[in-house]
Write a protein that binds this ligand. Structure first.
Ligand SMILES: Nc1ncnc2c1ncn2[C@@H]1O[C@H](COP(=O)(O)OP(=O)(O)OP(=O)(O)O)[C@@H](O)[C@H]1O
Ligand SMILES: [Mg+2]
Length: 252
């Protein structure tokens, strides 16, 4: 294997409208190549869904975008204000909800007001002084969203944030994310296993598989959307087809 040339730049993008620009990003763990030569651009205000079989590197890609992991090679230019929401909310049990929103920010009284504003946005102002263990799964996930919003992200990375929620709570959480996105217009990259969810929410669906972006499928359907609408059938067929291709290849 050639020596890795690491050129990751977590600097402000060259133009304000681009929040992600990946050029030839590769990632390996030892001999295991996770992906090789990923190119991806996300504009501010764009909502992108990322689908792909388990183990294809979706979380790894998000961790690289969030600055939590280094790429092995390639060039990554990513918005400075980037927030990540993981599948599990990762709240600190010994800290009240509002402190979980501000985390290490020591900005004085203003930070509490900002935390309360973020909690208000996700409908949890009343829980600001509650302990994490008294929250339901959906509420805890909304605290995770408030924590992300608190940083006024230009890029919001969501790694299966609704995976553990029941169908009704999931719908409510999807509506909330859509509303917050419409209000604040960050670029969003949402990892999901749920095709319906990607069709309901995203402007584009990206299919990751076999170390590459295998498809980039636009969803030119006006919002609010109804996933059962006829317009979706062709797009859904295309996404299923591309996912089927990478899944059958991966299981060979
Ligand atoms: N720190 C690590 N060290 C070694 N291998 C790792 C590490 N993190 C992830 N991997 C491997 O990288 C591959 C991709 O993992 P990743 O978690 O990104 O997949 P994923 O697409 O998010 O899967 P899922 O849909 O199950 O969440 C897996 O084979 C995993 O075992
Ligand atoms: Mg994952």
């Amino acid at each position: 294997m050639s020596a890795p040339e690491l050129l990751d730049e977590y600097a402000a993008p060259p133009d304000q409208e681009t929040v992600v620009r990946l050029q030839g990003i590769s990632k390996s763990y030892g001999d295991q190549v996770i992906f090789d030569g990923i190119d991806l651009t996300v504009a501010r205000g764009e909502f992108v869904a990322l689908l792909g079989p388990s183990g294809t590197g979706k979380t790894t890609l998000l961790r690289i975008l969030g600055g939590l992991e280094d790429a092995t090679s390639g060039r990554a230019t990513i918005a400075e204000r980037t927030s990540v929401v993981f599948q599990e909310p990762r709240l600190i049990a010994a800290q009240r909800v509002w402190r979980n929103v501000v985390l290490a920010d020591r900005g004085g009284a203003a930070r509490k007001r900002s935390a309360l504003a973020a909690l208000e946005e996700v409908g949890l102002a009343a829980k600001a002084r509650a302990w994490p263990k008294t929250l339901s799964g959906g509420e805890a996930q909304r605290v995770g969203l408030a924590r992300a919003l608190y940083r006024s992200p230009e890029l919001l990375l969501l790694d299966e944030p609704f995976g553990a929620l029941d169908a009704f709570t999931r719908r409510t959480a999807q509506d909330l994310v859509l509303r917050l996105w419409a209000e604040h217009r960050p670029g969003v990259l949402l990892v999901t296993h749920d095709i319906e969810e990607s069709l309901l929410l995203a402007d584009r669906v990206i299919v990751l598989g076999n170390g590459r972006i295998q498809a980039d499928i636009p969803i030119p359907v006006a919002r609010p959307r109804d996933a059962t609408a006829v317009d979706f059938n062709d797009i859904k067929r295309e996404v299923l087809h591309r996912l089927g291709e990478v899944s059958s290849h991966a299981s060979r």
